[in-house]
Design a protein around this ligand. Structure first.
Ligand SMILES: Cc1ncc(COP(=O)(O)O)c(C=O)c1O
Length: 430
């Protein structure tokens, strides 16, 4: 029979990062009864009983009146092909501007099929020259690494330290590239409770990063998937609110809306100039690229999300508020369960430790032995608990003795039972 050789397919297919999600899905499907601390999936309580219809109707009413198009035309918007840049851009721009006291134009927004498509489009547009590199944190969210691999974009790694991206290392990576006649063109950064580390950058670190971006002439790709989990009194400004020209801001409705709608967006207000260029911003070019990738994000799904934002005072912060509350409570429960089950006499066993993030979905647990695929297999089969080996997020080795717990998917009882099981596994190895 006719067959194809893997070596002759695109090189990214042999990259471990493309297998990282499949690996977790595979083990979860083999152990359906194990308590899954592995996926960063939204909590089921927000999906059970979800009815999209009122939100669709809300959007139709809004489009019919605010845009003066009448109800029939507004309804048609949902069922026909639509503009590549999206049909809820004004809603997103208004909400984002209100939430962050910024002034984002609807034309700077492109609505995408999840944050993932936004990453792919933004990298495609920015990386037009050979010798350009994308700096990413190490360890890193696999989605951006995978998108870079698909596009053949070279990666430079920068450690994610206790306070987020290590800026001295980023400075060093820029210098190293320059010495070799290359350049760091862009840097992917998740300043608010990164996946997988849970780290958060202070305002001072954000200011320093922006100054560094100006000095090294690079674009920052800000991923804000978990910013909404900050406590109300403790929100920090997104990089894009501090400098909307240096920063392309990527976000998703997967966590604050519904994941199944597959709606995300990018704010890309950077003016694009040049001999051939007419007046435009980067978003215009992302929309042009999108017309050759997914054509447009499903308008039906956009209507659900647009209606949800409108129903929450045209505020992404309001839309995410109830979810933020649940996730912060889950995070507290995970940390409390770790204290109770793993630090029984007030102190964790020798060599065992964990982070105490103030938001996000993830807690790293450090062990005095390898948290690898073999341990995960034993954990799933004998102890009935699943987690993610941190090594899967590293680009150059590392994280071998660390595991990641995600707090998002579980309820209080599962969290307690799951952490108790994990503690048993850990003690069995000490
Ligand atoms: C860091 C980060 N960015 C983005 C996303 C969401 O991407 P999408 O909107 O494509 O589901 C996730 C979800 O896991 C994530 O962890």
């Amino acid at each position: 029979v006719f067959s194809l050789r893997l070596e002759e397919l695109h090189g990214s297919l042999a990259d471990p990062v493309l297998g990282s999600i499949g690996f977790l899905n595979e083990i979860m499907s083999r152990y359906p009864n194990a308590i899954p601390f592995a996926p960063g999936a939204p909590n089921r309580t927000f999906v059970d009983g979800f009815n999209p219809m009122p939100y669709i109707e809300r959007f139709v009413r809004y489009a019919a009146t605010t845009r003066g198009m009448g109800e029939d035309a507004a309804r048609r918007l949902l069922y026909e092909y639509g503009p590549s840049r999206g049909v809820i851009n004004d809603i997103i721009a208004t909400a984002w501007s209100r939430d962050h006291a910024a002034d984002i134009a609807p034309d700077a927004v492109v609505v995408t099929v999840g944050a993932q498509e936004a990453m792919l489009l933004t990298l495609r547009a920015l990386f037009g020259r050979s010798g350009d590199q994308l700096a990413v944190s190490n360890p890193c969210f696999p989605g951006i690494v995978g998108a870079a691999r698909l596009l053949g974009v070279d990666i430079a790694t920068v450690d994610d330290g206790p306070d987020g991206l290590d800026l001295d290392q980023l400075r060093g990576a820029c210098q190293l590239a320059r010495n070799e006649g290359l350049r760091v063109r862009a840097c992917y950064v998740a300043p608010d409770f990164a996946n997988p580390t849970g780290t958060r950058m202070s305002v001072a670190a954000r200011e320093e990063l922006l100054a560094l971006a100006v000095e090294a002439d690079l674009v920052l790709l800000e991923d804000n998937a978990y910013g909404f989990t900050a406590a109300t009194s403790d929100e920090l400004p997104p990089l894009a609110a501090m400098d909307q020209h240096r920063v392309a801001h990527i976000s998703t409705f997967a966590k604050i809306g519904v994941a199944g709608a597959r709606v995300g967006f990018v704010i890309a207000a950077q003016p694009v100039c040049g001999e051939q260029a007419t007046a435009s911003v980067l978003a215009d070019h992302l929309a042009a690229l999108k017309s050759m990738v997914t054509v447009n994000t499903s308008p039906l799904c956009q209507a659900v999300i647009g209606g949800m934002v409108l129903a929450h005072g045209t505020s992404l912060r309001e839309l995410g508020a109830a979810k933020s509350k649940l996730y912060r409570e889950n995070l507290r429960l995970v940390l409390e369960a770790l204290d109770r089950h793993l630090a029984r006499d007030g102190r964790p066993p020798q060599g065992v430790n964990w982070d105490r993030p103030e938001g996000g979905f993830f807690v790293r647990v450090y062990l005095p032995f390898a948290a690898d695929a073999a341990l995960l297999e034993e954990s799933a089969s004998r102890y009935g608990v699943l987690w993610t080996p941190m090594s899967t997020f590293y680009l150059d080795g590392g994280g071998t003795n660390v595991l990641r717990l995600s707090c998002s998917y579980l309820d209080a009882e599962q969290i307690d039972t799951g952490v108790a099981r994990l503690a048993e596994l850990v003690r069995s190895r000490l």
